[in-house]
Design a protein around this ligand. Structure first.
Ligand SMILES: [Zn+2]
Length: 242
């Protein structure tokens, strides 16, 4: 794997233990070019950075050493974790993003990402379910890496979780409580930023959309249909999430 160093000043504290690394968070850069992205991630006024950046030809730039904390996640939550920077390795994939012309990720890019993730999984003993997208941990603010990111392919390498199409047989009728049950399942999987006692339709729609972008990328409606519900139920019942 080709790797160059281009260090960012945006990092904090040395991790005192390898055990503090529990997650890998995947992003897209969302800027016009690779150079522009790297410059921003190196700009001390931007207050953002990542550990690794992977360009469109699968070349890697190390920007922050793994044993220090990069600033990529921002305000975020997953299960009982808050502000995930200190628990995670952040990887940026060069892609213009939804704002400037969202691109397919390249094969070389994904191949390289899988290679790095597998190495990290082994080194830090990271659970499959803890390979997440930025939108998972900050669903009201972020939509990266977005619906073109191949979560299904990654799951074949035990990076992230996926569902078994043939086992989506849980029977239910679309009743009133479907919405409540769906969010209860989402909570079980790890999603936060909603309150089952104080419902907020706008927030809930955003969260349904990021869930669909990940698991049903061809059907991002923001509405809980049968399949969306079944996938969520399947994942929430999976042993892999505990
Ligand atoms: Zn991001």
């Amino acid at each position: 794997m080709k790797q160059k160093f281009d260090l960012s000043p945006n990092f904090s504290m040395k991790r005192n233990s390898k055990k503090s690394v529990k997650f890998v968070i995947i992003h897209y850069t969302g800027m016009q070019s690779e150079i522009e992205s790297i410059n921003r991630l190196k700009d001390k006024n931007s207050l953002v950075s990542c550990h690794y950046l992977i360009n469109r030809s699968g070349k890697v730039t190390l920007m922050v050493p793994e044993n220090t904390v990069a600033w990529h996640a921002g305000k975020s939550k997953w299960k009982n974790f808050k502000n995930l920077n200190k628990y995670s390795i952040g990887i940026e994939l060069v892609n213009k993003g939804h704002k400037f012309g969202y691109q397919n990720f390249t094969n070389l890019q994904i191949k390289c990402l899988i290679y790095i993730c597998k190495r990290l999984k082994k080194k830090y003993n990271i659970k499959s379910s803890n390979f997440l997208g930025h939108s998972d941990i900050a669903p009201l603010r972020k939509i990266d890496p977005g619906e073109k990111f191949p979560w299904k392919s990654l799951s074949k390498h035990n990076l992230g979780i996926w569902y078994n199409e043939k086992k989506l047989d849980y029977n239910f009728k679309l009743k009133k409580q479907v919405n409540y049950l769906f969010f209860k399942n989402l909570y079980k999987i790890g999603y936060r930023y909603f309150n089952l006692r104080k419902r907020d339709k706008k927030k809930e729609t955003k969260i349904i959309k990021v869930f669909q972008q990940k698991y049903l990328p061809k059907n991002v409606s923001g509405k809980i249909d049968q399949k969306t519900f079944k996938i969520c139920h399947f994942l929430a019942s999976s042993k892999k999430i505990s």
